[in-house]
Design a protein around this ligand. Structure first.
Ligand code: HEC
Length: 134
């Protein structure tokens, strides 16, 4: 074994990007959002922030795409409820921020992408303040 192999392997493992996990379909339970779904949203948004911080463009874009898909479902869920305009608006805002992150990462503007990820976390909390019971 060449003497550089082991450090190279360690470096490779350390550099492995945070992998995108797949967000499933939103629960159709009337009146509530599925907790596992939201836990996946959380994991994906944490991965997104980490990937943006480390300038891992491709995995960050994949995370953002998953979040767009997830927030599209959240938006539809609240549109169907018809009594939750703020939640519809926050889901839409979250989706737009995820879209913006893709554009910012694509143009290698990781600082702006990071600011958008922070704004996204704020939107999560805003919605939870109003719509999450526990
Ligand atoms: C439009 C509203 C809305 C947005 C935006 C939103 N959530 Fe949620 N979230 C909810 C609701 C409602 C619940 C409560 C679901 C339940 O308890 O059944 C929840 C629950 C959660 C939970 C708790 C799950 C559990 O096991 O109890 C986590 C974690 C979470 N959200 C993370 C996030 C993250 C991270 C974001 C942003 C990237 C986000 N959410 C954006 C509405 C939202």
């Amino acid at each position: 074994m060449r003497k550089n192999t082991i450090p190279a392997l360690i470096a490779l493992i350390a550099l492995l990007p945070f992998t995108a996990n797949s967000i499933g379909s939103i629960s159709t339970t009337p009146g509530e959002i599925d907790q596992d779904f939201m836990t996946d949203v959380e994991d994906t948004s944490i991965n997104l922030s980490d990937n943006v911080a480390q300038h891992f463009a491709e995995p960050a874009v994949n995370n953002a795409k998953e979040l767009i898909d997830a927030f599209t479902q959240v938006e539809q869920f609240y549109v169907a409820r018809s009594d939750a305009e703020d939640a519809v608006e926050l889901a839409r805002k979250s989706r737009e921020l995820s879209q913006k992150i893709i554009q910012q990462v694509d143009s290698k503007d990781f600082d702006s992408a990071s600011a958008s990820a922070t704004a996204l976390s704020r939107a999560c909390k805003e919605c939870h303040n109003f719509y999450k019971k526990s």
